[in-house]
Write a protein that binds this ligand. Structure first.
Ligand code: NAD
Ligand code: MG
Length: 389
C-alpha cells in the first residue's frame, strides 16, 4: 500500500558538526518519505555545508561566518538553494517553516536561533545543552509558550526521557547521570596540570566535536548536563546524581520511591538518541551496533571525584544558587575553554577561572528576560578574559 503519510520538514542548526552529520545520516537512513530538509547551517566548513545542501535538496543554506557568504553563494550557484549568513541568517533558518528543528550548534551561539525556533512552535530536538544551562527556565517557558515539544538529544537526557514515567512523577526520587570519566579518569592532579588540548580531546568511548570532547575530559560536560537535567526534568539540585561508568553502556537512570531504578542502555552511538528524537513517539529502525552482553561481560561504576574534577562541585553551586548562575558558569567556561584550546591557559585553570567568575558574580539577580541572560553571559566572559590576562 502506498504511504499516505506526508514527510515532515526538518532544519538542522549546526549540520556540519558531529551531531549535525549524524543527524543527516539518520535522516538519509529514514528516507525522503520521512523527512524533507528545510534549512542547514554551518560556519567555517563551506565545502561540507554546500555538499549537504545539495545532497538533501535544502531550501536554505546558512553560514554563521559572514565573511564566507560569497564562498557559499559560489558553491551553490545554479542550484536554486537560497543562501544567507551571519546572526540574521541563523535566525532566518530557525524561522523557516520546519516542524522539527535539530539544535546542534555548539555553545551559547546556539541560544538565539534555537529560541527563535521554539518561539514559533517548532518541535526542538535539543543537542545544544547550553540553551538550558544558560537560559534555564526561560528557555523551557519559551518552548511551552510556543507549543512545540522538547526532545532531549544529549544521550544522558535522552535516556532519562525514555525511562521517565510522567504519570509517576510523584514517585520519582532521583536521576542518575552516568559519566565515562573521560581520558583523565585515573590521572592525578599533577598529571592533569600539564595536558594539552590534543591529549584532552581523545575521548575513550564517544566520537564528538572538539569542545565537548575537552569538556568531557574536565567533566565540565557532566557539570553542564547536571544543570541541563535540572531544568529539563524540573528537579531539585539534590535529585541530580552523577556516577562514573567507564564503559558508557548505561546512558543514565531514573530512581523511583519503590527502590526501582530504570535505565536505558545501548552502544555509545549518538544516532540512537537522535533517531529517538526524530521519530518520537515512535522508535526508529536504525543500523547501529547492537549490545552483546556476553562480550561486554561487565559494567563498572565508581563515585566521581570532585577534588580532581571541581566542575561537578561548580555545577552544584550553580544549581543551588539558581538565577543566572548557569549562564555565568557556562560563559566563563567557554572563554576558559577557548583559551585552553589556543594554548593560552592550562587544563586545571579552566575550573579555577570559572570558579573565580562565579564568585565575582555570585549576587547577580535572577533573569526576568533573555536580555538579562545575555548580559550575565557577556559579563562572565569579560571577567573570565580578565582573569586569564
Ligand atoms: P561540533 O563542534 O562538531 O559542531 C558544531 C556545529 O556548530 C558546526 O556545524 C559548526 O559549524 C557550528 N558552529 C560553531 N560555531 C558556531 C557559531 N559561532 N555560530 C553558529 N554556528 C556555529 O559540535 P558537536 O559535538 O556536534 O556538538 C553540538 C552540540 O551538541 C553542543 O552543544 C554539544 O554540547 C551537544 N552534544 C554533542 C554530542 C556529541 O556527541 N557530539 C553529544 C551530546 C550533546
Ligand atoms: Mg551527554
Amino acid at each position: 500500500m502506498a504511504s499516505t503519510q506526508h514527510s515532515r520538514s526538518i532544519t538542522v542548526l549546526g549540520s556540519t558538526g558531529s551531531i549535525g552529520v549524524s543527524t543527516l545520516d539518520v535522516v538519509k537512513h529514514l528516507g525522503r518519505e520521512a523527512f524533507e530538509v528545510a534549512a542547514l547551517t554551518g560556519s567555517g566548513n563551506i565545502g561540507l555545508l554546500a555538499e549537504q545542501a545539495r545532497a538533501f535538496d535544502a531550501k536554505l543554506a546558512v553560514t554563521a561566518d559572514e565573511s564566507r557568504y560569497g564562498d557559499l553563494k559560489d558553491a551553490l550557484a545554479g542550484t536554486g538553494i537560497r543562501v544567507a549568513a551571519g546572526r540574521s541568517g541563523l535566525i532566518e533558518a530557525a524561522q523557516m517553516d520546519a516542524g522539527l528543528v535539530m539544535a546542534a550548534i555548539v555553545g551559547t551561539a546556539g541560544l538565539a536561533p534555537t529560541l527563535a525556533a521554539a518561539r514559533r512552535g517548532a518541535d526542538i530536538a535539543l543537542a545544544n545543552k547550553e540553551c538550558l544551562v544558560s537560559a534555564g527556565d526561560l528557555f523551557i517557558d519559551a518552548v511551552k509558550r510556543g507549543g512545540g515539544a522538547l526532545l532531549p538529544v544529549d544521550s544522558e537526557h535522552n535516556a532519562i526521557f525514555q525511562v521517565l514515567q510522567e504519570d509517576q512523577r510523584h514517585a520519582l526520587e532521583r536521576v542518575i547521570i552516568t559519566a565515562s570519566g573521560g581520558p583523565f579518569r585515573t590521572y592525578s592532579l599533577e598529571q592533569m596540570a600539564g595536558v594539552t588540548a590534543e591529549v584532552a580531546r581523545a575521548h575513550p568511548n564517544w566520537s564528538m566535536g572538539l569542545k565537548i570532547s575537552i569538556d568531557s575530559a574536565s567533566m565540565f560536560n557532566k557539570a553542564l548536563e547536571m544543570i541541563e537535567a535540572k531544568h529539563l526534568f524540573d528537579l531539585k539540585p539534590e535529585q541530580v546524581e552523577v556516577i562514573v561508568h567507564p564503559q558508557s553502556i548505561i546512558h543514565s537512570m531514573v530512581g523511583y520511591s519503590d527502590g526501582s531504578v530504570l535505565a536505558q542502555l545501548g552502544c555509545p552511538d549518538m544516532r540512537t538518541a537522535i533517531g529517538y528524537a526524530l521519530q518520537y513517539p515512535q522508535r526508529a529502525s536504525l543500523a547501529v551496533e547492537r549490545l552483546d552482553f556476553a562480550k561486554l561481560a561487565r559494567l563498572d561504576f565508581e563515585a566521581p571525584d570532585e577534588t580532581r574534577f571541581p566542575a561537578l562541585r561548580l555545577a552544584r553551586l550553580a544549581m543551588t544558587r539558581g538565577g543566572v548562575q548557569g549562564a555565568v558558569l557556562n560563559g566563563a567556561k567557554e572563554v576558559a575553554l577557548d583559551a585552553f584550546i589556543a594554548g593560552r591557559t592550562g587544563f586545571l585553570r579552566m575550573a579555577e577561572i570559572t570558579e573565580k567568575v562565579m564568585t565575582d558574580l555570585a549576587t547577580l539577580p535572577p533573569a526576568s528576560s533573555m536580555d538579562d541572560v545575555f548580559a550575565a553571559d557577556a559579563e562572565a566572559r569579560r571577567l573570565a578574559a580578565q582573569h586569564i590576562g
